[in-house]
Write a protein that binds this ligand. Structure first.
Ligand SMILES: Cc1ncc(COP(=O)(O)O)c(C=O)c1O
Length: 498
């Protein structure tokens, strides 16, 4: 390698507070490769040089290099020179949306706005789904038992019988009969207090977060973020310019006192009170009241993400925080994408009265209004009683699948992973007992075609948990048991090589 092909002197943006250093380095180097600031074949500075330049440990640099090598961006051995891969597959370039763009126009000199830069550096890595359901997928409902026949009959009926007016257009706030059905459902099932005027339909909680963030945050505004917490939320809030302030979560949920002491002036707090994501704890009543009190005094907003609260397997479901709100601070969000199926892309918000008009205005700009026929089918499903039946049936199926996972894990993963028995939701967590890191474990599991997520990937600040998130909803008990056996082999192997 000629000296001038080396990339010594490479300048990277400084690490944000809410990202692990190895994740930051991985992201920056990957961006430099995809933008061709680091050309194919270029030699990277040594781990020692990079560590010194950015005052980080060599271990951090090595972890980032190894991940980039596993992903095909880098070649060569650490210690004997690391180079940018000569042939970066098209699939990798697609990650930046560059595929199919001619070389001549790909490097336009026109630039992104600072908002555009922020958005493109915080996107979620959504990969194409190649299996309808695999063991341990933590964020999907059971599609193998979804009542597809009934659903297709209802879709066909709507398409056949819809009045022409339904084909002509919709309202930005959503299909009125669905909003009315939701107001009734949320009042009786979740203790939400609202009129149907406060209910708006969105494509999911993700869109709700994006629009709300744009309405209530200015760049630089502080946001309380649960730590660990949902990456989709921090990405949307960061993309709007929010500065994440990680607030620890303990057995009573978000530690409100820490938030009040460390950042009383925050503009927004993101919380999952019914079932904290990913730890699964419930926000205690005392903390709920303290949170509402702070929001009222600080004139801040609370985003309540009630993503899968319908699924609780013991005890009574805790009603929504929104039902306790006297000052109009809580923005409540729920999703059909977890209760029915992910590609449906329909969810809902219950807005404080002050936010209804601004939200409807924003929605009209984003895409005018949500797709009307899909909303009408969901409305029929609710009004004709199938939705309630579906939730009850799924709760039974999930209870059985949850037990199967916990039983198998407790007998086969002893000494490797200590598995919680979270009483709600679609996943439980396992904590390493033997010095394995969750990143190592997810990489090794993925090589053995086992889908698990590391809990550390949900860490917002420097302190990150070390464990695995294990979904139990997507496959039946027999498949779960077989997958636990395979996971045990992978972890045993890692433990032996520690
Ligand atoms: C905690 C949490 N909130 C929100 C969402 C996203 O919901 P939606 O699919 O409705 O956008 C997810 C998705 O997995 C989630 O885990």
């Amino acid at each position: 390698m000629a000296k001038n092909e080396s990339s010594v002197g490479l300048l990277l943006a400084s690490p944000p507070a809410d990202l692990e250093l190895n994740q930051w380095l991985h992201r920056e180097l990957r961006a430099a490769i995809l933008d061709r600031r680091l050309k194919p074949g270029a030699r990277l500075p040594s781990t020692r040089q990079l560590a010194r330049q950015y005052q980080i440990s060599r271990g951090t640099v090595t972890t980032a290099f190894e991940q980039l090598r596993d992903e095909g961006y880098l070649e060569g051995q650490i210690g004997s020179g690391t180079y940018v891969a000569k042939d970066i597959p098209d699939g990798l370039l697609q990650a930046r949306g560059m595929a199919g763009i001619s070389k001549r126009t790909a490097h336009s000199r026109a630039t992104l706005s600072s908002r555009g830069e922020r958005i493109s550096s915080t996107s979620l890595a959504i990969k194409p789904v190649t299996h309808a359901g695999r063991a341990f997928r933590a964020y999907h409902p059971a599609l193998d038992v979804f009542p597809l026949h009934l659903w297709s009959r209802m879709v066909a009926r709507r398409s056949r019988q819809s009045s022409r007016i339904l084909l002509a257009g919709g309202e930005p706030a959503g299909y009125r009969p669905l909003r009315e059905a939701l107001a009734g459902y949320l009042g009786s099932m979740r203790g939400v207090k609202c009129s149907q005027e406060q209910v708006v339909i969105v494509s999911g909680i993700q869109q709700a977060l994006d629009i709300v963030a744009r309405l209530v945050l200015d760049p630089g505004d502080a946001v309380w973020m649960e730590n660990p917490g949902y990456i989709g939320a921090s990405a949307a809030l960061r993309a709007a310019g929010g500065e994440m302030v990680p607030i620890p979560v303990d057995k009573n949920g978000l530690n409100v006192r820490t938030g009040v002491n460390s950042c009383p002036q925050a503009r927004l707090a993101y919380v999952t009170p019914a079932h904290q994501f990913p730890l699964g704890v419930v926000l205690s009543l005392e903390r709920r009241l303290a949170l509402l009190n702070w929001a009222n005094e600080a004139r801040a907003w609370i985003f309540e993400d009630d993503y899968d609260s319908e699924y609780r397997y013991s005890g009574r479901p805790f009603p929504a925080l929104q039902g306790l709100d006297q000052s109009g601070s809580v923005i409540y969000a729920g999703s059909f994408n977890k209760m029915l199926f992910p590609s449906l892309r329909l969810g809902y918000l219950v807005l404080p009265p002050r936010l209804v008009e601004p939200f409807v205005a924003a929605r009209s700009i984003v895409d005018r209004y949500p797709p009307v026929l899909d909303q009408a089918v969901v409305c029929d499903f609710m009004v004709e009683g199938y939705f309630g039946q579906h939730i009850r049936r799924m709760r039974e199926i999930y209870a059985e699948r949850r037990l199967a996972l916990i039983d198998a894990a407790r007998s086969e993963l002893q000494g490797l992973l200590r598995v919680d028995d979270l009483p709600a939701g679609l996943h439980t967590n396992g904590w390493f007992e033997c010095g394995i890191s969750d990143r190592q474990a997810t990489a090794a599991a993925s090589a053995a075609e086992i889908e698990v997520m590391s809990l550390s990937s949900f860490g917002v600040g420097r302190r990150v948990p070390n464990g695995l998130m294990l979904g139990f909803a997507t496959v039946n008990p027999a498949a779960t048991k077989a997958a636990v056996t395979r996971l045990a082999k992978v972890l045993e192997n890692l433990k032996r090589n520690l």
